[in-house]
Design a binder for this molecule. Structure first.
Ligand SMILES: [Zn+2]
Length: 297
């Protein structure tokens, strides 16, 4: 009986030593990964302890490269650079759920698109998605690199005096509009609001702001059968009363939980003290900003 106990004791000691060694070699000192930005975002494998992440802002995807235009080639290169430098794509609304499914060692990046021009989502006469529009590029990139899901948040205008900006243009085919919005959601991307008519929320009354937000929310959510929670402020102009982001107008209720600015740099993570969901900072995708925030030439 005594010998038996001693044998058990010895076995327990051996196990403890082995477990201890495993701990020392694997879990004890988590690998710190540095993600490329000018001020490095450091994260540990197995824990998501990044403090900042980028929300990128695109407008037109077309040639030539200009202040508000990124060429299809440069947009593709942006995606390759982000993938090679430790980023993983999400929609803006995924902030609210804490970026579910973020792989170990990666930092989230959110690609956002303003003004819903046809350069972001265009169908060719054949019925195929234009491979050179933003959505076409995101889909092709995902087909080439399945570890990069098709994600992107599109801030939609419903009615402006520029037909190319009203729900991705192509006014000759009015049926495309609803189809494109539903298609985005089906593919895992996000339909979001840029107000109804690109309204300068600082210059109109709170009641007028509520009207614009309610109409936008009702139109978009009516098409996609899903609540619309993200808003980008036209020209970054804030309403006088920010409580207007949630409310109702003539029995149409809406709730914009996230509001994006036009600039500001890297966005604080949701668990940081200075996180403000109605003031989401963004980085414009022009050469000077890539250099400033990512050190990319
Ligand atoms: Zn805009």
């Amino acid at each position: 009986m005594k010998t038996y106990s001693r044998e058990l004791f010895n076995r327990a000691i051996n196990c403890a030593v082995i477990i201890g060694l495993l701990f020392v070699f694997s879990g004890c000192s988590p690998k710190v990964v540095e993600v490329k930005t000018v001020s490095p975002v450091k994260i540990s494998a197995g824990e998501h302890i990044f403090t900042k992440f980028p929300v990128l802002e695109y407008h037109l995807i077309r040639r030539p490269e200009a202040r508000w235009s990124r060429t299809p080639e440069n947009f593709w290169r942006d995606l390759e650079w982000l993938r090679a430098n430790g980023y993983y794509p999400f929609n803006l609304r995924d902030i609210l759920a804490g970026f579910p499914g973020l792989p170990e060692g990666k930092v989230p990046v959110v690609l956002t698109f303003d003004d819903s021009s046809s350069s972001q989502f265009r169908y060719l006469r054949s019925g195929e998605v234009d491979p050179e529009c933003a959505v076409g590029i995101i889909k092709r990139f995902n087909a080439k690199y399945p570890d990069w899901p098709a994600r992107g948040t599109f801030f939609i205008l419903v009615q402006t005096n520029n037909p190319d900006r009203n729900i991705f243009g192509q006014p000759e085919n009015p049926d495309y509009k609803a189809g494109k919005l539903r298609q985005l959601e089906e593919w895992g991307m996000e339909v979001a609001s840029h107000t109804y008519s690109h309204d300068r929320l600082s210059d109109i009354s709170t009641r007028e702001a509520a009207y614009s937000l309610a109409r936008s929310s009702r139109t978009l959510s009516g098409i996609i059968s899903r609540e619309v929670v993200s808003l980008a402020l036209p020209m970054g102009l804030y309403p006088k009363d920010e409580s207007v982001f949630t409310g109702s107008y003539q029995k149409i209720s809406y709730d914009f939980k996230l509001a994006a600015e036009v600039a500001g740099g890297l966005q604080p993570a949701p668990w940081e003290k200075n996180f403000d969901p109605r003031h989401i900072r963004r980085i414009q995708t022009i050469a000077s900003e890539w250099k400033k925030f990512f050190g990319r030439e």
